[in-house]
Design a protein around this ligand. Sequence first.
Ligand code: HEM
Length: 411
Amino acid sequence: MNSQLSDYEKAKAFDIQSIDQGFLDDPFPTYQILREHDPVHINPDGTYFLTRYDDVVKAFKSPNMSSDKTQDFKPRFGDGPLYVHHTTSLVFNDDPYHSIVRKLMSEAFTPKKMNELDSVIDGIVDKLLDNVEAKGEFDVVQDYGLALPTEIIADMLGIPEEHRNKMHHYSTLILGALDPIVSPEKIDEGHKAVEEFGGLLEDLIAKRRLTPYGAEMGEVLVSLIFGEVDGRKLTPVELVQNCIFLLNAGHETTASLVSNGIGTLLDFPDQLELLRNEPGLIKTATEEFLRFQSPLQIGNRKVIEDTEFGPEGEKILIPGGSFLHTCLGAANRDPEIFNNPEKVDISRRPNPQIAFGIGKHICMGNTLGRMEGQKAIGKFVDRFPNLKLNGEKKFHGRARFRGLSFLPVSV
Ligand code: HEM
């Protein structure tokens, strides 16, 4: 962005379709000037960009907003596997259909299931810690952060060992097809990934139907196959596509929480010291990492009927049919809600961060994500008193998601 411009002019000139490397590396100064000078910003393409906490919460909670993508995805994906996948995924549907499928899927996230997963997470984290300790020098992202949630979702879906190394790749290809600009080759790869991973899941589901009692600890497939609400089960397509969606929704976001959390502690050594001295702070610390570097930075909604957004006295009417970018990353640093929002305070209370969204679509995996984050970061800090940054960390550079692609450390 041109540095000669005033903050007001910079805010007005912001264009979500043409962001630069500076924004990708550190979007927070831009969020700040947008929140102060143009909180209901209109982009050159006619879409809106919301940065105030109250506006983002309103967009997520209002029944006047749609998440349905059946029309938007048609020109991009045609009728192919990517279209079936993304339009069947829970997150891209509205009520009443959304609530029905959400109830059926909630069978996978009951307190009993979370309890089972608790010890599964402990086992995986301890094994990963042994591995990285033996290396001495390693990349937190690849060797630790990504490995835990991938293993957890593989356990939840009962994916056999030999297929697990492909899961991250599938997810990258399927989610990559949602990027603003995508080549036809990438779209093709995305279609193939849905087909391949979908085929694998169909086989696993068929086997589990025949042997419902053979599941390992933490597996949730049986609940998703046989779960019933008001006499309705998940259809075969809903079942397969939402299992794929669980991988996409739950692994990179959680990996970012773990890596961003450890990266943030290295950036703020006083907070690392505090957590070492008071390990009981891991719960508030995890909330603070979610607030400070929210893994999903920018969500979206479509306005159904004209709705007002903006601070009192400066309301702007957004017309029905408009597309909204809901900037969770900016909302989570809104000084009207958080004292000293640019400061990391691992004991911050209250901390009404909305990194998991809010309202009807609030993240179904929020308890699981929190458990994974708390255990992975807490045990890591406890195990490595000599933790040091061992090179330059890098963010992966995608505007909607905030996550490290490289965090070299020595222990
Ligand atoms: C730190 C980790 C995570 C973060 C930051 C996160 C963030 C989010 C956000 C912001 C939404 C709402 C999207 C919207 O309203 O449009 C969402 C939805 C969802 N997430 Fe997560 N998520 C995380 C982990 C997980 C995990 C571990 C799972 C499951 C394995 C999961 C499953 C889901 C599902 C199923 C939805 C759709 C809910 C619905 O539409 O009703 N997430 N997540």
